[in-house]
Design a protein around this ligand. Structure first.
Ligand SMILES: Nc1nc2c(ncn2[C@@H]2O[C@H](COP(=O)(O)OP(=O)(O)O)[C@@H](O)[C@H]2O)c(=O)[nH]1
Ligand SMILES: [Mg+2]
Length: 192
């Protein structure tokens, strides 16, 4: 499936956060986990900047999926140690402002690496999102690089941690695995 998807706003300043009046679903994850690659796999051609250097995306990016009446909000990556303090301090300010100005943003896809067991930064993010009353939809990506035993262990760990009825879906931007699961998440977030 391929639909219209366009980058509409790139926001570096919490004061300049747009107020969007249609439903939104966010993407959150560590720097370099593969968020931009996932966005690109949804559309035709290159939409988001894929980086071989972690810590490149410091902005909140609003992608409009106009056929679906939905926005996909790419939150800044976190957890890249070499970032300046100023940049790290910016993360909560941008995310707070984004959530505060956009009450129709109620769900967050948490993009996690299928090779790495939950780290404290990831579990803290999950706690923060829960506190904000948001629904967390975890997905495990880069599965083409993970051993089967490893990824199924990490799937179970996340299922237990987040108290989910089912293990999180497995994705790969390389092989296209799990694309349907991603579309399902987007479709269920669409206006009825
Ligand atoms: N093997 C593999 N590499 C991936 C996958 N997704 C992303 N990458 C690579 O991981 C790096 C970071 O990806 P990017 O999408 O920029 O991550 P972001 O910082 O979360 O937006 C790039 O070199 C991508 O090519 C995947 O599913 N499989
Ligand atoms: Mg990115």
């Amino acid at each position: 499936m391929q639909i219209n998807i366009a980058l509409e706003h790139t926001v570096y300043d919490p004061e300049k956060m747009p107020r969007i009046q249609t439903p939104q679903i966010a993407l959150a994850g560590r720097s370099n986990v593969g968020k931009s690659s996932l966005i690109n796999s949804l559309g035709q051609g290159r939409l988001a900047q894929v980086s071989s250097h972690p810590g490149k995306t410091r902005s909140v990016n609003f992608y409009h999926l106009s056929d679906m009446g939905l926005y996909l909000v790419d939150l800044p990556g976190y957890g890249y140690a070499a970032r300046s303090k100023r940049e790290r301090d910016m993360w909560p300010l941008l995310v707070e402002s984004c959530l505060q100005k956009n009450p129709l943003l109620t769900q967050v896809i948490m993009v996690l690496d299928s090779r790495i067991p939950p780290q404290s930064l990831d579990t803290r993010l999950a706690e923060y999102l829960e506190q904000k009353g948001l629904d967390i939809l975890p997905i495990l990506t880069k599965t083409d690089k993970a051993k089967m035993s490893q990824r199924s262990r990490i799937q179970k760990t996340w299922q237990r941690l987040l108290n989910l009825p089912e293990p999180p879906p497995l994705l790969s931007a390389k092989t296209g695995l799990g694309k349907e699961a991603l579309w399902r998440m987007l479709r269920q977030a669409c206006p009825q």
